[in-house]
Design a protein around this ligand. Sequence first.
Ligand SMILES: N[C@@H](CCC(=O)N[C@@H](CS)C(=O)NCC(=O)O)C(=O)O
Length: 264
Amino acid sequence: MSLQLYSHPMSPCSQKVRIVLAEKNLPWEKIDIDLPGKANLAPAYLKLNPTGVVPTLVEDGMAVIESSIICEYLEDRFPAPRLRPTDPYQTTQMRLWMKHIDIKLHPSCGALQWPLVMADKLKSLSDEEREAQMSRIPDKARRERQQRLLKFGYDAPDVVDAIAVYEKTISDLDALLSRQAWIAGDEFSLADAAMAPYFQTPYQFGWIAWYAERTHVAAWYTRCRERPSYQTAVTIDFSAEKLADLAARGAPAWKKISAMLYKN
Ligand SMILES: N[C@@H](CCC(=O)N[C@@H](CS)C(=O)NCC(=O)O)C(=O)O
């Protein structure tokens, strides 16, 4: 058995797969893809993952794409320790949250994070070079979103929507976690592995005030962070220098986010 994961240290959907690999104590080879340099659009990578995004898991030459599908694949392929509830209803809840993350929270995270950490390299290119890079993004919605974020930064309409999605997610999760320890019930599951990286974003940019007073969410995220899997899959990539740089980038953004959150 040989597992390779193409990912990027700052990518939340890559982090969730790395958490699952760590929870299952699986050996794997890390291949970093330079997302700001758009190495995800190189022809050889597109052969593995035609959507041109990370993560991609390769097992013995077979590529598996889409982070939630990769997580379920790892669960089926390496069932111990178990990360899917035994109860079928709880499994539906786990999958509903994973679907919410894929469809709503992930693009929202992208809208908040991308202008702060991914846009600089593109901005340094000439207009022609930048257009050529952007035109290779296979998915139209993604391409247009990145173009808006590049042009308008935090004034893009995507940012307002993203803040609303994050706020509702934090509030819904807080209500859920007042009744149970983990997202799908009493045990840590794929839903927790999938959700925790989306709290790394407010954490790393110094926006902790966003969730700190939602005490159930805050306690849950602390429990996730304290797990060895989070430390080896996520924390390891955030040195003190890197966190200081991210906090400096996050400070002006928080002024805009908090102004929108607390405008009433
Ligand atoms: N639905 C995909 C989303 C993957 C995705 O958006 N990956 C981002 C990093 S978190 C990416 O590769 N972005 C590259 C780009 O947009 O240029 C999944 O869950 O695997």
